[in-house]
Design a protein around this ligand. Structure first.
Ligand code: ARG
Ligand code: ZN
Length: 469
C-alpha cells in the first residue's frame, strides 16, 4: 500500500537540477536505483524505496522432516519512481531464480544488509505496477534481533512462524517494514496429516500427490511481521463471534486440555465484544488463534486476524493479543522506536479487560503497581525513545507504556480518554503513525498542552515526578 515518501521537490533541488519552469513529465530524469533503506533508527538496513507493495502471493512447500522450505514468492508492487533497480529484504534459503514481469532478472544477494538487489531487464516506469517472482529452497533459519527467535522456526513436527520485528525476511522476500502493508495469499503444501494456519480465511484445503495444499487469503492489508504460516498437527474448531465474525481456532492436541483450563481461547468472543464497544468495531472480518504446545518458546504474537500462542493462553494474554488487532495491526507503526504505541496500548487494554471482567484489579491499581517499582534499570528505559533493539520489548515499553495511558486517563478524565482511544483508532488506521501524532491528538482532545506530562512519562530516563502521576 502507499507509503508517504519524503518530498523531493524542494525549490533548492529544482533550482540545482535546472528543472525550474520545465513542464511536469517532460523532465524525466534517468531511471535510478530505489533506496536500500527506510531509515529506521533501530533497524537502519530494513526497507526499500522506489516501490510500494500491493500483494504477496507465497506458494510454498514445507517438509518438516527435512526442515526444507521451497517455493515461489510473487510480489505485486507499484513503482513510485522510475526504477533502474530495486531491493527486497531477504534472509531466507538459497534463491534459484528471479523474474520481473515474467522475464528473468539478474539478482545479487547482499548478505551484509540482508537484501536481494534486482535489476529488471527494462527500467520500471514510475506509477507502473510490476510483478517480481523469487524462487527459493532450503532450510530457513530464524533470526534473533530483539530477544527470542523471529521468523520461520522449525519444530519437531512443523513450524512456528512468528516474525516480529524483522523475521519475515527469513522465510520470504519483501519490503520488511511495518508500514508497507499489502494483501496476502498463502498456498502451502505440507505432508498429509499436517495443517497450515495462515491469516484471514481458509479458501481451500486440497489433497494431492505430495501432500495437502492449504490456501489462506487475507485481503485486508497487513504488515510483513504479522503474516504467518504455522504448520503442525492441530484440532481445528470454528465458531462465531460478536456480529457474526467467523472464528477459526487451531489447537495442538497436547495443548487441548490446558487450553480448556486456561479459558483464554473460549473468552475470544467476549474479549472482541468488550473491545469493539470500547475502541470501535473490530477491524477485520475473521478472527481466531493457533495454539502450539511449545512452552519453551514462551511467546504470543498478534498475527493479523489470528494470533499465535506458543502454549495455552489465559484470557488476559488473549486480551493483549486481540487488543493489538486495533493497536498494532489496524493502526500501524511508521518506525520500530514507536513500539510503545503497540505494547503500551495492548497492555493497558489487557488491564482494562481484566478489570472489566473483575478477574483482577481496576486499571488504576495497575498504575499504582507500576509506580511502586523501584528498580532504576526499569525507569531508565523511556517507552517512546528506546535506544537499542534490546530496549524495544523491554518491560518498561509494556508497563510504563500502559501506565502512561492510565495516568493520562486520570489527568484528562475517562470520557475524554475514551474519545481519544476511539479517535486514535478511527482516524489513524489509514496511514502509519508516530508518537507525535498520538500526543498531538491527546492535546487536541484534552484541549490543553500536555508536553511536560508526556516528556515525563514517555521520554525521561527516570520515574515521573509526583505531579504527573
Ligand atoms: N508483540 C508481542 C506481544 O504481544 C511480543 C513480541 C516479542 N518479540 C520480541 N522480539 N521480543 O507482546
Ligand atoms: Zn504485545
Amino acid at each position: 500500500m502507499r507509503v508517504p515518501s519524503r518530498s523531493v521537490s524542494s525549490p533548492l533541488l529544482v533550482a540545482l537540477l535546472g528543472l525550474s519552469g520545465v513542464a511536469a513529465g517532460s523532465a524525466a530524469a534517468a531511471p535510478s536505483p530505489g533506496a536500500e533503506s527506510a531509515k529506521d533508527r533501530i533497524y537502519p538496513t530494513i526497507g526499500n524505496g522506489g516501490y510500494d507493495v500491493q500483494h504477496y502471493d507465497l506458494a510454498l512447500d514445507y517438509r518438516p522432516a527435512a526442515k526444507r522450505l521451497s517455493g515461489t514468492a510473487t510480489i505485486t508492487a507499484r513503482a513510485t519512481q522510475d526504477l533502474s533497480r530495486f531491493t527486497l529484504d531477504y534472509a531466507g534459503p538459497a534463491v534459484s531464480a528471479v523474474t520481473v514481469d515474467g522475464r528473468p532478472a539478474p539478482v545479487l544477494r547482499v548478505r551484509r544488509t540482508r537484501k536481494l538487489r534486482i535489476t529488471p531487464p527494462v527500467p520500471i516506469t514510475s506509477g507502473a505496477p510490476f510483478v517480481v517472482a523469487v524462487t527459493y529452497a532450503g532450510r530457513p533459519r530464524p533470526t534473533s534481533t530483539a530477544g527470542p527467535d523471529e521468523g520461520f522456526i522449525p519444530t519437531r513436527r512443523g513450524a512456528v512462524v512468528t516474525s516480529e520485528p524483522v523475521g519475515a525476511k527469513t522465510w520470504f522476500p519483501g519490503n520488511d517494514v511495518p508500514f508497507d502493508k499489502a494483501a496476502y495469499t498463502l498456498r502451502m503444501t505440507v505432508p498429509r496429516g499436517l495443517d497450515v494456519v495462515g491469516n484471514g480465511v481458509l479458501r481451500s484445503k486440497v489433497p494431492g500427490a505430495t501432500g495437502t495444499t492449504f490456501t489462506w487469503v487475507e485481503d485486508q492489508p497487513l504488515s510483513t511481521y504479522l503474516m504467518t504460516a504455522n504448520v503442525g498437527r492441530f484440532r481445528v474448531s470454528t465458531s462465531t463471534g460478536p456480529g457474526g465474525i467467523p472464528i477459526y481456532d487451531a489447537v495442538a492436541p497436547a495443548a487441548a486440555e490446558q487450553t480448556r483450563e486456561e479459558g483464554g481461547i473460549a473468552a475470544q468472543p467476549d474479549i472482541l465484544a468488550v473491545f469493539s464497544k470500547r475502541f470501535g468495531a473490530y477491524p477485520f472480518t475473521t478472527s481466531g488463534s493457533t495454539v502450539f504446545d511449545e512452552p519453551a518458546l514462551g511467546f504470543a504474537l498478534e498475527n493479523q486476524s489470528r494470533p499465535t500462542y506458543s502454549s495455552a493462553p489465559d484470557a488476559s494474554t488473549v486480551a493483549h493479543e486481540l487488543a493489538h488487532q486495533w493497536f498494532g495491526d489496524a493502526v500501524t507503526l511508521r518506525r520500530w522506536s514507536d513500539i510503545w504505541l503497540n505494547e503500551g496500548f495492548a497492555t493497558w487494554a489487557q488491564w482494562y479487560y481484566d478489570a472489566h471482567r473483575k478477574y483482577y484489579f481496576p486499571t488504576r491499581a495497575n498504575l499504582r503497581g507500576v509506580l511502586r517499582i523501584e528498580d532504576r534499570a526499569f525507569w531508565n528505559v523511556a517507552p517512546a525513545a528506546p535506544r537499542s533493539r534490546a530496549e524495544l520489548f523491554d518491560g518498561a515499553v509494556y508497563f510504563r507504556g500502559a501506565a502512561t495511558l492510565e495516568a493520562l486517563r486520570g489527568r484528562i478524565g475517562d470520557a475524554r480518554f475514551t474519545t481519544l482511544l476511539r479517535r486514535w483508532y478511527a482516524e489513524h488506521r489509514a496511514a502509519p503513525t508516530t508518537t507525535r501524532q498520538f500526543t498531538a491528538l491527546a492535546e487536541e482532545v484534552a484541549g490543553r498542552d500536555l508536553t511536560p506530562f508526556f516528556r515525563a512519562w514517555l521520554y525521561a530516563h527516570r520515574k515521573p515526578a509526583k505531579r504527573f502521576r
